[in-house]
Design a binder for this molecule. Structure first.
Ligand code: 1BN
Ligand code: ZN
Length: 363
C-alpha cells in the first residue's frame, strides 16, 4: 500500500479554459488524428495494421516520452476456422521518471480499435474510432504538463521521497473487442481477455507497491460508442460513482464556462445525483469485463441508449457529431489533468502541437 495518498485538487476555471480542442485534427477526411482510423480495422487485416502504425507513429513522433508496449496474442474465431488470428493491444504509458514500474498507480484510459468483421466494409466511427482519436488528443494535451510536474518534483527534491503515491497514466488501444459471429464468452473481447490474464500473471519485483501490472491500475476508464450527438452516459457502478461524479462536475463546469461546443439539451453525464440505492446489477459487457472480474475499478463511458447507427453501415465519419467528439476529448482531458494534479501546469492555448503545426505549414 502507498504510504500516503496525496489529496487531489480540483482544476481551476483558468485551467479548464486551457484544455485544448482538437480542432481540425478531428476532421473526418483530413484530420491528423481521426481520419486515418476511419477505415475497416478487422483483426489481422491490412486496415488493422494501418491503424496500429498510425497510433505508434503518432506517439513515436509527437510524444516520445511515452513508453510503447505491444501485447500480442492469437486465437481462432468461429468465423475463421482453424486459422490463428493475431490480436495486438497497444499500451502507451507515462510514469514518473524516477519510479520503479511496480510502484506506480496508473490511471488507465481504454478504447478498442478493431472493427466488426461483418457487415463487410463496416467502419465503426463511434465503435470506437472516435474514442481512439480522443485518447490520442488526451495524451498530447497533458504531455507538457506531466513533464513540468515531474521536473518540478525532481528540482524540489520531493521525487521518490515516498511521501506521495506515484501516479502514472496509460492509454490502452485494444484489439478484438467485437464478436465475429455472435457475442459470447469465447467470441468477444479477444484482446482484453488475453491482456488481463497476462497482466495478472506477470509479477512485479518483490517489495513493489503492486503485485502486478493488473494491480497497478488505479481506475480503468473505458470509452465506447461515443461520437454521436446528445449522448447520455449513465453511472453504471456504485464503487466508482465518485469518479463519475468528478467527471460529471467537470462537464457541468465546462458547459457553464461555455468551453464546450456541442448543442445538447442534457448533460452527457446526467447521473451526478444518482443515489447509492439506485444502482442495480445491470451493465453492458465490454472490454472492462476481464479487468473487473479481477477486481479492477471501472468507469464505463458508454451511452444508453447506444447510438442509432450501432453495428450498421451507417456508423461512418459522416454520421459523427464532431463537436460532440471534441467535447468528449476535452472532458476526458480535464478528468485526466485533474487526476494527475496538473492544475496550473497546463500550457496556455494554443497548445505546443498546434504551434508546431503552424510552423510546418509556414515553411
Ligand atoms: C460495444 C460496441 N459492444 C460491441 N460494440 C459491446 C456489446 C456487447 C454491445 C453486448 C451490446 C451487447
Ligand atoms: Zn461494436
Amino acid at each position: 500500500m502507498p504510504l500516503a495518498v496525496a489529496a487531489h485538487g480540483t482544476l481551476s476555471d483558468e485551467s479548464l479554459a486551457r484544455i485544448p480542442s482538437a480542432g481540425a485534427d478531428f476532421d473526418i477526411y483530413k484530420g491528423k488524428l481521426l481520419a486515418p482510423i476511419l477505415i475497416p480495422r478487422v483483426p489481422g487485416t491490412p486496415g488493422s495494421q494501418a491503424a496500429q502504425q498510425h497510433f505508434v507513429r503518432f506517439f513515436q513522433e509527437q510524444l516520445p516520452a511515452w513508453e510503447i508496449e505491444w501485447h500480442n496474442s492469437t486465437a481462432t474465431t468461429p468465423a475463421t476456422g482453424d486459422k490463428l488470428i493475431p490480436f495486438a493491444n497497444l499500451i502507451f504509458r507515462r510514469d514518473p521518471p524516477w519510479a520503479a514500474p511496480g510502484d506506480v498507480a496508473r490511471l488507465t484510459l481504454a478504447a478498442h480499435y478493431d472493427s466488426l468483421y461483418r457487415p463487410e466494409g463496416f467502419i465503426g466511427a463511434t465503435d470506437s474510432a472516435a474514442s481512439c482519436a480522443m485518447l490520442m488528443h488526451v495524451a498530447r494535451s497533458i504531455d507538457a504538463a506531466l513533464t513540468a510536474k515531474w521536473e518540478a518534483a525532481k528540482a524540489s527534491g520531493q521525487a521518490g521521497s515516498g511521501l506521495e503515491e506515484e501516479r502514472g497514466v496509460q492509454i490502452m488501444l485494444l484489439d478484438g473487442e467485437e464478436a465475429w459471429v455472435k457475442w459470447s464468452a469465447t467470441d468477444s473481447l479477444y484482446g482484453s481477455r488475453a491482456l488481463a490474464e497476462a497482466w495478472e500473471s506477470t509479477p512485479y519485483a518483490p517489495l513493489s507497491t503492486f503485485a502486478s501490472p493488473l494491480g497497478s491500475i488505479s481506475l480503468f476508464v473505458l470509452l465506447d460508442l461515443l461520437g454521436a450527438r446528445s449522448p447520455s452516459v449513465p453511472s453504471y457502478f456504485q464503487t466508482t460513482h465518485w469518479a463519475y461524479q468528478r467527471m460529471a462536475s467537470l462537464e457541468q463546469r465546462m458547459r457553464k464556462l461555455q468551453l464546450l461546443a456541442s448543442a445538447t439539451a442534457k448533460q452527457f453525464l446526467p447521473d451526478f445525483g444518482k443515489a447509492m440505492t439506485q444502482f442495480g446489477r445491470g451493465f453492458v459487457e465490454d472490454d472492462h469485463v476481464p479487468f473487473m472480474a479481477r477486481g479492477v475499478d471501472i468507469l464505463h463511458l458508454i451511452p444508453h441508449p447506444f447510438p442509432p447507427v450501432w453495428h450498421t453501415m451507417a456508423d461512418t465519419g459522416e454520421n459523427l457529431d464532431i463537436s460532440t467528439v471534441d467535447d468528449w476529448a476535452k472532458i476526458v482531458t480535464a478528468f485526466t489533468a485533474e487526476w494527475m494534479d496538473l492544475d496550473s501546469l497546463l500550457p496556455t492555448i494554443p497548445a505546443q502541437h498546434e504551434i508546431r503545426e503552424t510552423a510546418k505549414t509556414e515553411l
